[in-house]
Design a protein around this ligand. Sequence first.
Ligand SMILES: Nc1nc2c(c(=O)[nH]1)N[C@H]1C(S)=C(S)[C@@H](COP(=O)(O)O)O[C@H]1N2
Ligand SMILES: [Mo]
Length: 216
Amino acid sequence: MLGKVKEKLIRSKKKWAEEGRLLTGEVADPAVDRLPPGQRKVDQWPVLDLGIQPELTQDEMRLEIDGLVENPVTLDWQGLHALPKFSQTTDIHCVTAWSRYDNRFDGVSVASLIDLVKPTQAAQFVLFEAHDGYTTNLSRAVFEDETAMLATHWEGAPLTPDHGGPLRVVVPKKYFWKSAKWVKRITFSADDKPGFWEVRGYHNDGDPWQEERYAP
Ligand SMILES: Nc1nc2c(c(=O)[nH]1)N[C@H]1C(S)=C(S)[C@@H](COP(=O)(O)O)O[C@H]1N2
Ligand SMILES: [Mo]
């Protein structure tokens, strides 16, 4: 890892998981409700990470996609932008209880990445690695959801370094810890490999509507 992580923040978030902080025991339905259980709406976009914010230029960025795929690739900024553009306006939900509505993200869809790399049938899980040493995991099915994307822009401007620029993952249907900032590698695999928070008491699936904050 580069630099110094916020050990205190990591300890306190581990403790949240042990104590089941913020749990309401309720579920909500995204077809009817806008706010998942236990969440509150914020207007500003908070910054949350381990305290290391890599500063990579668009020229320096590389995204490696490997593992159980027919066509492993390393994309640079140009290669990424050669893919079809994808945009959406979506809500995001952090497990620390803030939700932010109507974030406009531009980038590329997961569908076009999948077309490019062609994961094999055995590839049922995906691991994300980021430049700050962070990792997180998803099932392939969740990653292939039509709302999952790699984002380069927010509200029409390049993603700033604190929010994961030049390139981050956005998976709006899960708590936001599943959306890796400064993503550098996406690996398809037959086995699930829990990531940074998933090995520290956080739920493997992280569905905010089911309030899957912590491991059962
Ligand atoms: N690389 C990396 N990605 C990360 C994190 C991190 O520490 N490192 N934190 C996660 C968490 S807990 C959240 S809530 C969101 C925060 O994204 P934001 O700072 O843009 O709001 O990023 C997620 N992705
Ligand atoms: Mo978070």
